[in-house]
Design a binder for this molecule. Structure first.
Ligand SMILES: NC(=O)c1ccc[n+]([C@@H]2O[C@H](COP(=O)([O-])OP(=O)(O)OC[C@H]3O[C@@H](n4cnc5c(N)ncnc54)[C@H](OP(=O)(O)O)[C@@H]3O)[C@@H](O)[C@H]2O)c1
Length: 277
């Protein structure tokens, strides 16, 4: 039997780091702490070693197809597959950022949506039967959904939305911000929210695609970790990172032959119904 393996993106700090900590304690396989910066990643591994936990390390910048490809090759060669993938890495501009909104939209979309998508495209072929994928999104994505024009909302919640149509919507949001009329075009005024709405909608599409996949019992869900005390929240969040990791880890460790949740948005271990019909 090949050794089972879990990968957590953006796990040198914050919620990702806490997800690695919990998986090291509860998953019977190798756990990869990954980071875009090798030094920060190795330091994080050493910090967990002090807790007598033994994650492994691999560099991963989700904005770099080359970096993603190297991780894929490594997993293929050393494990012949993948059992748990937690897409946690993301960025958020601070509310007081002076960067132009269109730049915030472009940069956030490239990392949070397209980076996550590139990781999925590269690593999904490695998923073994009974694997679990967790896309860390945010209730902010649902808040953005609720502010969409009816026409856009219908597209996002359609059960026939395809991945290429979703990519088109995400690109349209960015180009509308560049034209300065994204709100007039029916979008909410949040770059981060748009990226996370994209991740939530992507998860539903990915789960639908699994219905025709010969690999049995593969589950993929999105989640919100809650408002967590990390650098992203400027340490204003009310949950500890370990508390924020609870729902992502619950989804990552759903027992074999579970049928639900599948393709859902989950918070506090409960499905969040985000569609309006
Ligand atoms: N904190 C909250 O209240 C909250 C609420 C809802 C959802 N979330 C979501 O939870 C997840 C974790 O957030 P957090 O609060 O732990 O944030 P964080 O403390 O800012 O950590 C984000 C992690 O992602 C990494 N990252 C950023 N861009 C990357 C890239 N291109 N490639 C690889 N790694 C990258 C960061 O690495 P560096 O150290 O190199 O920057 C860091 O390790 C995110 O998806 C976030 O959107 C957080």
């Amino acid at each position: 039997m090949p050794k089972t393996v879990a990968v957590v993106t953006g796990s040198n700090k914050g919620i990702g780091f806490a997800i690695v900590r919990a998986l090291c304690k509860n998953f019977d396989g190798d756990v990869y702490l990954t980071a875009r910066d090798e030094g920060r990643g190795q330091q994080a591994v050493q910090d967990l070693e002090k807790e007598n936990l033994h994650p492994k390390f691999h560099q991963l910048d989700i904005n770099s197809k080359e970096s993603i490809g190297k991780l894929k090759e490594f997993l293929e060669k050393n494990y012949g597959g993948l059992d748990i993938l937690v897409n946690n890495a993301a960025i958020a501009y601070k509310a007081n950022s002076t960067a132009p909104f269109a730049e915030q939209a472009d940069v956030s979309m490239r990392c949070n949506f397209f980076g996550t998508l590139d990781v999925c495209h590269a690593l999904f072929p490695l998923l073994r039967p009974h694997s679990r994928v967790v896309n860390v999104a945010s209730r902010g994505g649902i808040a953005s959904f609720k502010k969409l024009s009816q026409q856009l909302a219908e597209q996002f919640q359609s059960d026939s939305l395809t991945e290429s149509q979703l990519i088109g919507l995400m690109n349209r949001f960015v180009s509308d911000t560049k034209a300065g009329d994204h709100q007039a075009k029916g979008w909410a005024n949040s770059a981060y929210g748009a990226t996370k709405l994209g991740v939530i909608a992507l998860t539903a599409i990915q789960a639908r695609a699994l219905k025709d996949d010969p690999r049995e019992d593969t589950l993929i869900n999105a989640c919100c970790p809650g408002y967590v005390d990390t650098d992203m929240s400027s340490h204003k969040g009310t949950k500890t990172p370990d508390e924020g990791a609870i729902t992502p880890v619950y989804l990552a460790l759903l027992p074999p032959n579970t049928t639900a949740p599948q393709g859902e948005m989950v918070a506090e271990k409960e499905i969040l119904k985000w569609k309006t019909r």
